[in-house]
Design a protein around this ligand. Sequence first.
Ligand SMILES: Nc1nc2c(c(=O)[nH]1)N[C@H]1C(S)=C(S)[C@@H](COP(=O)(O)OP(=O)(O)OC[C@H]3O[C@@H](n4cnc5c(=O)[nH]c(N)nc54)[C@H](O)[C@@H]3O)O[C@H]1N2
Ligand SMILES: Nc1nc2c(c(=O)[nH]1)N[C@H]1C(S)=C(S)[C@@H](COP(=O)(O)OP(=O)(O)OC[C@H]3O[C@@H](n4cnc5c(=O)[nH]c(N)nc54)[C@H](O)[C@@H]3O)O[C@H]1N2
Ligand code: SF4
Ligand SMILES: [Mo]
Length: 745
Amino acid sequence: MEIVHRSCPICEASCGLRYEVHRASRRVLSVRGDDDDPRSRGYVCPKATAAGAVFEDPDRLRLPQRRDRRSGSWEDLSWESAYDLVAERVRAVRDAHGKDALALYIGNPIGHDVSGLLAVPIFQEAFGTGRLFSAATMDQMPKNVSSAFLYGDQWAIPIPDVDRTDYLLALGGNPLISQGSLMSAPNAKRRFADLRARGGRLVVVDPRRTETADVADRHVFIRPGGDALWLFALVNVLFAEDRVDPGRLAEFTDGVEEIRRLAEPFTPEAVAPATGIDPDVTRSIAREFSAAARAACYGRIGTCTQEFGTLASWLVDVVNALTGNLDREGGALFPRPATGQGERHVWNGLAPQHGRWRSVARDFPEFEGQLPVACFAEELEAEAAGDARARALVTICGNPVLSSPNGARLGRALDQLDFMVSIDIYRNETTRHADVILPTTSHLERENYDFLFQGTAVRNFARWSPQIFEPEAGLPDLGRVLLEVAGRANGTTADTLDELLFSGMLATFVGKPGTPAADVTVEQARERLGDERGWQRLLDLMLRTGPYGDGFDDAAEGLSLAKLAGGSHAVDLGPLESRLPGLLRNETGRLDLAPAYVTADVARLRGALVRRREDGALVMVGRRQLRNMNSWLHNLRPLAKGRDRCTLLVSPKDADRLGLADGASARVRSRVGEVVARVAVSDEMMPGVVSLPHGFGHTDPGVGLSVASSLQPGANSNQLCDEEALDPPSGTSVANGIPVEVAPL
Ligand SMILES: Nc1nc2c(c(=O)[nH]1)N[C@H]1C(S)=C(S)[C@@H](COP(=O)(O)OP(=O)(O)OC[C@H]3O[C@@H](n4cnc5c(=O)[nH]c(N)nc54)[C@H](O)[C@@H]3O)O[C@H]1N2
Ligand SMILES: Nc1nc2c(c(=O)[nH]1)N[C@H]1C(S)=C(S)[C@@H](COP(=O)(O)OP(=O)(O)OC[C@H]3O[C@@H](n4cnc5c(=O)[nH]c(N)nc54)[C@H](O)[C@@H]3O)O[C@H]1N2
Ligand code: SF4
Ligand SMILES: [Mo]
């Protein structure tokens, strides 16, 4: 028996875990919270067992699989023949139809695998396709767009300083369940209790009285999609009552007057019908927020995947900025990743890129290289995209048939492809359509570094996690598979791409003024990093040149991969600190708080002011639950067992009106689809709003998820999500606020 410490690879919180393992028998004996982890301090949720359970899951794929299109049966392939087959088919499609005939979809778990994150840019470049889709346009893309135009970096996202604030105004997030997102905060419950214990207040704005609302000082129901209107009303009150004071930001911030003008129509009275929020409540929250010594406004999924996602995401930062809470302690601050990717010297000098090309079927512009996932299916269809359609697809760690709009249509479109390859550890609703599935290591079979979530955490940290088990049957890391596929499809090798990546990164990170490696030459850095290829070398380079790095001096205090690997817990790098204006990536060094790209959408928002809701009209929102992680943990018995969790929450008023009994089945219909779900009547729902979790719908006979299909299949809520409904500036789908009709079955 051995004790190994690792971070949890399931959600953003990345809690520190303590595994008890028996390596010889390849068994995980227990998983507990790591009391000595400075971030999570012993916290765990039920999903913490998942890494072990996935490792042991007999349904997890260990060898490449090939599907016979005629019989539908699957056979094992060797790695060599799988790579060669994929390369040959990809090349054939590209040669016949051009680069854009290839499409890529990238899903969420790549965020938990540094090998994949570091390889994916070169993979994308090697494919060179304009048809890149990802889970981002069902997630944080509106925040990326807002940050791209405010700060010049789509990943410069201000994170609420939850541990030091006196007033947290949270819209459209449920951190008690999610453990915070774009606010990675293990044990959110404890943090909120501490906030209240020091005299602070937590206010939650959500169409559902969530678990977070239950521990808050105040909960306010809001009509889905109403956040931009309501945040503008807060801004309106701040100006009307002379409460605007950007503080230190005033010196380098423009656009405040324009915001005053834009906010004029959005008085608390004007937004009340559309938001459902009493003007007195709006005024009192604006007053409390501006009066608090330190306050943070925060928005998450409910403010992003909705009709006005970009405006709402932008206004969250505007409210913070106007009250002097942006970029200050106890407000919202920018993290500083140890790997240096947010540093100014990494900037390529370009303004945010968008509209360089457009989707074929809908003529929708790309943003920073991505097209909306709402356009995914149609770009593959002969009917919609004609001869210019995509004919081959690579999916990487994603299950868009369950996670993106109108999965049934997407499923049919996948079957029109000439060739599809999925890099994934399961045969699920999406990957079952592939011709080849390439599995990669599961979490305990690989080393990892918490790369992405350094940029979203409430304190700066660095965390290395060791491999616990040797990969089974020679399973490669995700990063290696990406390089092998990209290399072979381009007549080169994975090692050549690795070297290309390395030399490019050396040029970017080494010898830059103001960094620990300012005086180091590329040759010296190369020598100190050694010849061993692979992502570890790339990561070491980033760490040693990063803001906390040792500058390649082993004797210095700073970070290196070796130093991190010598410890067993996360390294705490301190609280978030002010970074403006130095962080801004533009030539002027000034913050434009009212960027034209974003404010252009205010005209559309004004239209929502006059819209009147029909009596009895219902909209649907989603919700996350403690034992789910999007679609992919339902095959683990400990997480899937128990009562039906894919229930439709309905307020007593609506249930009464519609004749829906608690526990009975209901038919839920939208413009694009229909699902059946069991009703749970609950006064936690705002009247006029129903809630159904996403990620379920494991009813497809072709999937290899024996537990999910039998224990907790549920219904695919995205069957109701309309691919035509999106937030235009970001291309993000309206997954919250879907017009639906509900009737007893
Ligand atoms: N209606 C509605 N829809 C939503 C949302 C919502 O709130 N409401 N949320 C959206 C959000 S925020 C997200 S992030 C997306 C997620 O959307 P996706 O990323 O498309 O879906 P997941 O369910 O996370 O699927 C993850 C896939 O990765 C695979 N996988 C897991 N671990 C590994 C690994 O270590 N290696 C490899 N190679 N594969 C792995 C799993 O088998 C699975 O196929 O869903 C979005 N969809
Ligand atoms: N247990 C668990 N944890 C997770 C995940 C998971 O699947 N399970 N997924 C992870 C991922 S990928 C992500 S992105 C994060 C998401 O993290 P969160 O955003 O914290 O999680 P959600 O439960 O989706 O919360 C969205 C909330 O928005 C509300 N809402 C819906 N529409 C509106 C609206 O128009 N306005 C407002 N103000 N609120 C609205 C919903 O009622 C819901 O309470 O969680 C991460 N953590
Ligand atoms: S909250 Fe749960 S799933 Fe997320 S990192 Fe922590 S233990 Fe893992
Ligand atoms: Mo997400």
